[in-house]
Design a protein around this ligand. Structure first.
Ligand SMILES: NC(=O)c1ccc[n+]([C@@H]2O[C@H](COP(=O)([O-])OP(=O)(O)OC[C@H]3O[C@@H](n4cnc5c(N)ncnc54)[C@H](O)[C@@H]3O)[C@@H](O)[C@H]2O)c1
Ligand SMILES: CCCCC[C@H](O)/C=C/C=C\C=C\C=C\[C@@H](O)[C@@H](O)CCCC(=O)O
Length: 273
């Protein structure tokens, strides 16, 4: 998909990878709606990006992705404000924590919600123009992150959702590509400190950092963003599961279909992608 003139919606866009994805699409000439639960940070990021790329290119919408009503309202506001929607990036996520139900709600249920809202508003069979949905999973969606069982479960779910909806059965009706992006540990605020306040916490942090260091350390946001843009621009990728790791850079999870997804469609379609 060429991004110039397109409209994207990014959840969790106030910081970290979401901010990186947002800025990369603005650089390519897209307009972007930034959704985040952090209102002050979201407004600050949106102001900064507006000064750099044009106030008319950005829109900040305070939104808790776990709130169905807020998500539905946000999608409708984006369509009212920009007049169209072409790309949805379900990025908002949290790491393992005591409240595992919240991890499940944010990392999986809300991604399913955002994916279905994207299909609802972009699908050709509903009069939309087709489009692209990129769900931000993790390498924890492909292997067992031992120190994050629920996080691992949610990210495996995001991969499965994206692969299922990224098949010709759906694309032939919707014209919407659906892919998953699986980075390994990346240098963003999601990363925990190296020093804990209790011995029990220190054990968990030591495990996390020992594992991270064993995998070559943290990726830069820019390394993940480079993979993201490649996935956006490659219209042949549907149901694809892109990996970004220190060891191998950007590649695709090999499945029966070659890991680069199945053929986008089984019939010729005029694509606006
Ligand atoms: N950083 C990594 O090591 C890494 C690696 C692989 C995948 N990921 C995934 O990338 C995505 C972004 O993570 P990040 O590293 O940029 O983290 P981050 O904490 O820097 O950013 C996450 C953003 O999501 C927002 N958010 C959290 N809960 C929300 C909610 N309920 N509603 C709306 N917004 C909400 C936060 O306010 C924040 O702005 C997550 O899905 C994460 O699981 C991160
Ligand atoms: C505080 C937690 C933040 C979570 C960050 C992230 O989402 C978690 C990632 C979990 C696991 C990462 C695994 C990385 C593996 C690669 O470095 C490499 O080992 C994979 C090789 C894949 C292959 O060759 O098949």
């Amino acid at each position: 998909m060429k991004l110039r003139g397109k409209v994207a919606l990014v959840t969790g866009a106030a910081q970290g990878l979401g901010r990186g994805f947002t800025e990369s699409m603005l650089q390519q000439g897209a307009k972007v709606a930034l959704l985040d639960i952090k209102v002050l940070d979201g407004r600050k990021t949106t102001k900064e990006l507006g000064l750099k790329y044009g106030q008319d290119k950005v829109l900040f919408l305070p939104c808790d992705v776990t709130d169905k009503g807020q998500m539905e309202s946000a999608f409708q506001q984006v369509l009212r404000h920009f007049g169209q929607l072409d790309v949805v990036v379900n990025n908002a996520g949290v790491t393992e924590q005591e409240n595992w139900e919240l991890v499940l709600d944010i990392n999986l249920r809300s991604v399913i919600q955002g994916t279905y809202l994207g299909l609802h508003h972009m699908s050709r069979e509903r009069g939309g123009g087709g489009g692209l949905i990129i769900n931000i999973a993790s390498m924890a969606g492909l292997i067992a992150m031992f120190h994050g069982p629920v996080y691992t479960a949610t990210k495996h779910g995001v991969v499965g959702l994206s692969r299922s909806l990224g098949t010709p059965f759906h694309f032939d009706r919707t014209g919407v590509r659906v892919c998953a992006l699986c980075p390994t540990m990346t240098d963003t605020p999601i990363q925990p400190p190296r020093v804990a306040s209790t011995p029990e916490e220190q054990v968990k942090l030591d495990a996390h950092w020992a594992y991270t260091d064993s995998q070559g350390g943290l990726l830069k946001v820019s390394e993940v963003v480079a993979g993201f843009l490649q996935l956006v621009e490659d219209d042949s990728k549907n149901g694809a599961v892109m990996r970004v790791t220190k060891q191998k850079g950007v590649d695709y999870q090999p499945y029966g279909g070659g890991g680069q997804g199945v053929p986008v469609t089984t019939r010729k379609t005029r694509s606006k992608l």
